[in-house]
Design a protein around this ligand. Sequence first.
Ligand code: FE2
Length: 321
Amino acid sequence: MNRNLVTFLLLALFLATSSVFGQSPKIEVEIAYQDGYNFFVANDLGRNGYYQQRPVAKMMGELAENIGIEFVAAAGDTHHWGGVQSVHDPLWMTNFETIYDHPELMEEWYPVLGNHEYRGNTQAVLDYSNISRRWVMPDRYYTKTIIPEEGDEDEYSTVKVFFIDTTPLIDKYYEEGDTYPDVFDQDTVRQLRWLEEELANSTETFKIVIGHHPIYVSEKKRVDEQSLIEKLDPLLRKYNVDLYVAGHSHTFQHLTKPGTNVNYVVNASASLGREPIKGPDTQFCASDEGFSVISVGKDKFKVTFINYLGNPIHQFEVVRK
Ligand SMILES: [Fe+2]
């Protein structure tokens, strides 16, 4: 075969595979509102810097430098594979500290536990707040309220972010109790009662819930999570939550469902992606590794998916009329 033809065919094959496996087209959008309040959501991070963890971390730092962020929400699985043993586990260095080392990422990180943390010592993940100034985990579930500073009221609206602990809400982890022993110590009735009271009492303009496991997902390895459909989704719908962000699937997905205004986001993996499947409720999906930016403006917020190249690949806006 002609040498040029071989080169051409190899190049065509490379381009075809790179677009199928993890490189969505860049879109031209403004990621942040002018004078808005910005934060990142990243999850399924910790792989000792391997796969796309370092490139994604680099892009997080560069984008933070560009738009300015107030905090990072870490939606679980900061440590694969078996969580951490203690606050002194070396994985804190190799999965977190030395990877997210950009000066602009020295903001507060608000984490939730993922299933992989439940394979180890979950209390150590909370206690790491006493070691690292930027690791802020006051409890297994908690809230953070975004309130404009005096004089900024016309620039962005109030938001309540609810950080929740989804692993103990899912029945299958109890069936594998030897692997996930800490689930047995959790009072899920108490957590759900807490969430309902917090949602009912919230007077902020927007409500965002962040947990590790998606309620709905469309991909090869996983299906919709029946435990969360029964226990969590009714609360999101009843109290008009604007956005539910999860990880775990390692795919980017933006889903909407008939009969509710909740936007369901699956926030990729910040290290190793998988293939999604486009379903009937899929507004967008991609296998790119990456993270999301949430920018809050006045009576609106927008969510932008950013891939490992630093490119925006999907954006949607929620407006309060
Ligand atoms: Fe997970």
